[in-house]
Ligand binder design. Structure first.
Ligand code: CTP
Length: 414
């Protein structure tokens, strides 16, 4: 964190009283901190405390008085350009809505809009649990997450309302650690910077007839998180995705496909030119042999669907890859599947496989978290605890970078 410029945006919730402590921890770690306070935040925490611990004047007004010498009249732009990271803690329902809508009527929202692309935005919502679960707050959280912000679930515990539940802001120590991790992930000296990375994501749909298909529950969240994290590290990212309801990460080139054969056709031109191929898609292994033109009509008690094998994209890339190219696959199993993951690593000539179990609560397709076990080409396992898919994606890329570094040191290929 040493020498990094961080803007702490504070909005008006009771958790704002903890923010001087966040500033102290960031300053102690060597960061430069500027605080942007919303009008209502000033009712929960004193501007003087924040100015004292940060050593800088607190920014509140978009329109500073014109008669103060030395005033930076365009600081609503310059502050966003100065920052290496923007942290919003606590983020109230109102602030989430204003940011999601693109409003820009105070210093906090101006910093959000003028922050340079690729710089991490960490949002720590804190409010009453029922408010947090409301449809509008959840919609705004989803919009901000789709726009590349990292939104952290509030913690559970005692709330200001006297109730106990979800809604508390994390402790300042935890927030400071998360900021440190995000800044490290965004470091410009990443070994992925400038490399061509291909990521497959989402499910595929295999046509039965004109109106029906065979598919799976993949949401595409993990693949999109990987693509975003690779872009944050300066990679040149192509994201080949099946049908999903997710926004394209900023700076990523997206190629939409429907079936496994289309995904295969879209991926093939990149085999010779990419440095890293990460297959996060849940590709259907089979497709109906002869999709029916138009709509199939029912007539019998039973019907038989003949399925034929689809091309295995990552296995094909793995078999063709040149020295220095890396193949990364996923292995999803519903139960004891670690042994299968080790086998997949060898059979598909992978350099890294991310094994994940499928419980639909903390790990798997539709949820925002994942528990991965990473297995490298020497069959070394690293078990990661359940974490947000955005964090899991970064850990995965840390391992990819280790493999790139090992190749650079002339360590043997498998
Ligand atoms: N994969 C692929 N092309 C396919 C099938 C899978 O690129 N046609 C990739 C996936 O993106 C993932 C990995 O291979 O990275 C998963 O391997 P797969 O053998 O499909 O796993 P499972 O279906 O889970 O294994 P199995 O069918 O053996 O249970």
């Amino acid at each position: 964190m040493k020498g990094k410029n961080i803007i702490l945006g504070v909005s008006g919730g009771i958790a704002a009283y903890k923010t001087p402590q966040i500033v102290r921890l960031l300053k102690k770690a060597g960061a430069n901190v500027r605080v942007a306070l919303t009008a209502s935040a000033g009712r929960f925490v004193s501007e003087l405390s924040l100015a004292t611990v940060s050593g800088e004047a607190v920014c509140r007004e978009m329109f500073p008085p014109a008669d103060i010498p030395g005033t930076d009249f365009t600081r609503h732009i310059s502050l966003g350009e100065w920052a290496d990271a923007l942290v919003i803690a606590p983020a109230t329902a109102n602030t989430l809505a204003r940011l999601a809508a693109g409003l820009c009527d105070d210093m906090l929202s101006a910093c959000f809009i003028t922050l340079r692309p690729g710089k991490p935005v960490l949002i720590f919502p804190a409010m009453d649990g029922q408010m947090y679960r409301s449809a509008s707050v959840q919609r705004n959280v989803a919009t901000l997450a789709a726009g590349g912000c990292t939104v952290f679930e509030p913690e559970s515990g005692d709330l200001a309302s006297g109730q106990c539940g979800t809604g508390r802001m994390a402790d300042p120590g935890i927030i400071a650690n998360r900021i440190g991790a995000a800044l490290q992930a965004a470091r410009p000296d990443s070994l992925l910077a400038g490399l061509q990375v291909v990521v497959t994501a989402g499910p595929t749909r295999e046509k039965i007839d004109g109106v029906r298909f065979v598919s799976n529950y993949s949401s595409g969240k993990m693949g999109f998180a990987v693509a975003r994290a690779a872009r944050e590290r300066g990679a040149d990212v192509r994201l080949i995705t099946g049908p999903v309801h997710l926004e394209t990460p900023e700076g990523v080139e997206r190629i939409d496909v429907e079936s496994a054969c289309q995904m295969h056709d879209a991926a093939k031109p990149f085999y010779p030119i990419c440095a890293v191929f990460i297959a996060a898609a849940a590709v259907a292994d089979y497709r109906p042999e002869m999709p029916y033109e138009g709509k199939l009509k029912k007539n019998e008690h039973q019907m038989q669907l003949l399925l034929v094998r689809n091309p295995d994209i990552i296995a094909e890339f793995g078999a063709q890859k040149r020295t220095g190219q890396l193949a990364v696959g996923f292995a999803l199993e519903t139960s004891e599947g670690l042994a299968y993951a080790h086998r997949k690593l060898d059979e598909k000539h992978l350099d890294l496989v991310a094994f994940n179990t499928y419980d639909r609560k903390t790990s798997g397709f539709e949820v925002d978290t994942n528990s991965l076990t990473l297995i490298d080409r020497n069959h070394r396992e690293t078990s990661l605890p359940p974490m947000q898919k955005t964090d899991a994606a970064r850990m995965l890329l840390d391992h990819v970078e280790q493999l790139i570094a090992a190749a650079g040191n002339g360590e043997t290929e498998r």
